[in-house]
Design a protein around this ligand. Structure first.
Ligand code: GRF
Length: 192
């Protein structure tokens, strides 16, 4: 049996897609949906599906004892639009077991401040012919961990930042839950 925690700060559409994938599994559970934003959409998505939630402050995120208690029994931490930087002790504790998704083909259009529509606007401004998603391990720097998977979409002359965002989001919902499952299934029974 394996347990997943999702961290999300926004609407939580990726979190919802991941929760939906595992809803009827009896060996993998989304056991926690956590956020730093008391009004984050992810909380409603989790409540609707009966997934336990937690709102924590930035200070609590950096508190080793607090996070140790919160993540007791969690095998994999999935970031899905989580906007705070993960403290080094957590990166270390979940080495190879914490992943993130970014709405561009990293290393392009990543790093601090590159999130949401800003990414797609920059892609459009630079006349890119393609964009996509990157699923990667979490490291101490934004968007820099080893890449697990990239998927691409092509961009046409008629695309806007909004249409690129929609295409990319479709890819996210299709692939992120599958990659999460793949990672969870690749873990040994005991890895302490
Ligand atoms: C996604 O585009 C993801 O790539 C990025 O944050 C966004 C989260 O969207 N890291 P949602 O809250 O899952 O809808």
């Amino acid at each position: 049996m394996k347990n997943i925690a999702i961290f999300a700060s926004g609407t939580g559409s990726n979190a919802a897609a991941i929760m939906d994938r595992f809803i009827e599994y009896d060996d993998i559970f989304v056991s926690l949906a956590a956020t730093n934003k008391p009004d984050a959409g992810v909380l409603d998505e989790a409540h609707e599906r009966g997934v336990p939630t937690r709102v924590f402050t930035k200070k609590e995120l950096h508190d080793e004892d607090y996070m140790h208690d919160l993540l007791l029994g969690i095998d994999v931490v999935v970031l899905a639009g989580f906007l705070l930087k993960i403290p080094p002790f957590l990166v270390e504790a979940f080495q190879g077991r914490m992943i993130n998704i970014h709405p561009s083909l990293l290393p392009k259009y990543g790093g601090k401040g590159m999130y949401g529509m800003r990414v797609h606007e920059a892609v459009l401004e630079n006349n890119e012919k393609e964009s996509g998603i990157t699923i990667h391990y979490v490291s101490e720097n934004y968007d820099e961990g080893d890449i697990l998977r990239q998927e691409k979409v092509s961009i046409s002359q008629r695309d806007t930042a909004r249409t690129i965002a929609l295409k990319v989001q479709k890819l996210e919902h299709e692939h992120y839950p599958k990659i999460v499952e793949k990672l969870v299934r690749s873990l040994p029974e005991n890895y302490d």
